[in-house]
Design a protein around this ligand. Structure first.
Ligand code: DQA
Length: 398
């Protein structure tokens, strides 16, 4: 029978009692049972080895070549230190899958390094942001290559799908709360009506209300920075401004509120505008308790990839239909506007839609109201800006 080695490294024999707030209550014996059950379904045989010694793990990998078709390896802390284990895997040419129970990317920065990764065919770790649930046996987070991730983002059919993907990818780098904003209505003095902003966030309501209800957005130091710059910027800048007493009263209030909400360290990216009226930016907040120094270290290593992923997400967001509840169009309103966009007058549209002229006029008036504009020409432009015109069936839900 095809046999797989499940190899566990140091301290994993203590699962169940070891740091339950991180690893949960699941014991290694529980994990063995889960693996055996699953392997039986797949028609595989599994052999379990656990050792607290680096040499014993290396010996097990060497011996595996003779008896197993592959290895599932949780090397514990040796993941982050053992070149010898990496060499052992490279020497036997067996497929090795690197696994972890916790979300190593949301923990201390030294756990972000893996010597197993370069020689593993796949990496899996917990997708949870806060740990403690133990091994659920459910699918974990996979180290999808940058290329595969970007392809999946490009293929997203809705903002929801894209945003979920982006949020979980950013969490791998320790950014657990994001706020993305985009406007097409920027002028010298304003960013436009907040109802027209594309805002995507996984911050809680309280956090968002603080900014949007009180008109504080324009006072936030990183928003001001984003309006005047393109590229990526560490939030270290805010603390330097604070030290040099350069923050306005409103900015200090925002800083205080952010501290209360555990929003203390992060990075912002401001996207290159495509027209004089547009601006998009994203704020990436590091996990509560993680210092700006740690965030800056993550950025030094992965900043270029993170910037690339955010830029691709931004470009894709600009192409997907977006409608806030107050701006949503009905099917009839959309259809009437689309005919206007095609150059038809009310009489043509009435014939094309099989309606009376007053009914067509009514749909167009309601479309203008929904979009909060005075003229139908403006309504066509605004609906087009929000990608609400000529949308595909697959996008109708958004
Ligand atoms: C671990 C993560 C390692 O950083 C840690 O040293 C372990 C367990 C995990 O499964 O989450 O021992 O590999």
């Amino acid at each position: 029978m095809t046999s797989v080695l499940v190899l566990n490294g140091p301290n994993l024999n203590l699962l169940g009692t070891r740091q339950p707030e991180v690893y949960g209550a699941t014991t290694l014996a529980d994990i063995e049972t889960m693996c055996r059950d699953h392997a039986a379904d797949l028609g595989l045989d599994v052999v379990f080895v656990q050792s607290n010694h680096e040499g014993a793990l290396i010996d097990a990998i060497h011996a595996a070549k003779e008896t197993h078709v592959g290895v599932i390896l949780n090397a514990g802390a040796y993941t982050h230190t053992s070149i010898a284990l990496m060499d052992a895997i490279a020497s036997v040419e067996l497929p090795v899958v690197e696994v972890h129970l916790s979300n190593i990317h949301a923990r201390e920065s030294f756990r972000h390094v893996s010597y197993i990764a370069p020689v593993a065919i796949l990496r899996l770790w917990s997708a949870r942001l806060s740990d403690g649930a133990g091994c659920t046996g459910k699918a974990a987070q996979a180290d999808v290559s940058l290329r595969d991730h970007l392809m999946a983002v490009i293929d997203s059919r809705s903002l929801e799908e894209l945003w979920n993907r982006h949020v979980s990818k950013m969490a791998e780098y320790g950014f657990d709360r994001l706020i993305y904003g985009y406007t097409r209505y920027r002028t010298e003095t304003s960013l436009g009506d907040p109802d027209d902003f594309v805002i995507l966030t996984n911050h809680d309501r309280k956090y968002m209300d603080f900014f949007l209800d009180r008109d504080l957005l324009m006072h936030a130091p990183m928003v001001r920075w984003a309006l005047e710059n393109d590229g990526a910027q560490s939030w270290r800048m805010i603390y330097e401004m604070e030290r040099e007493e350069q923050l306005s009263v409103q900015a200090r209030r925002i800083l205080e509120f952010n501290r209360d909400m555990g929003v203390t360290a992060g990075y912002s990216i401001s996207f290159k505008p495509v027209t004089a009226r547009t601006k998009g930016a994203i704020g990436l907040t590091g996990l509560a308790g993680v210092s700006q120094d740690e965030i800056d270290a993550v950025w030094a290593e992965h900043g270029d990839d993170i910037t690339l992923m955010n830029n691709v997400a931004h470009l894709k967001i600009m192409t997907l239909p977006f409608a806030t509840p107050t701006r949503a169009l009905t099917k009839r309103q959309r259809e009437a506007l689309e005919w206007v966009g095609d150059g038809k007058n009310s009489h043509d549209i009435a014939l094309l839609m099989g309606l009376t002229v007053p009914t067509v006029e009514k749909h167009l008036r309601l479309a203008r109201e929904a979009l909060s504009v005075e003229t139908t020409a403006q309504a066509v432009l605004k609906a087009a800006f929000a990608n609400q015109m000529f949308i595909l069936d697959a996008q109708k839900r958004t």
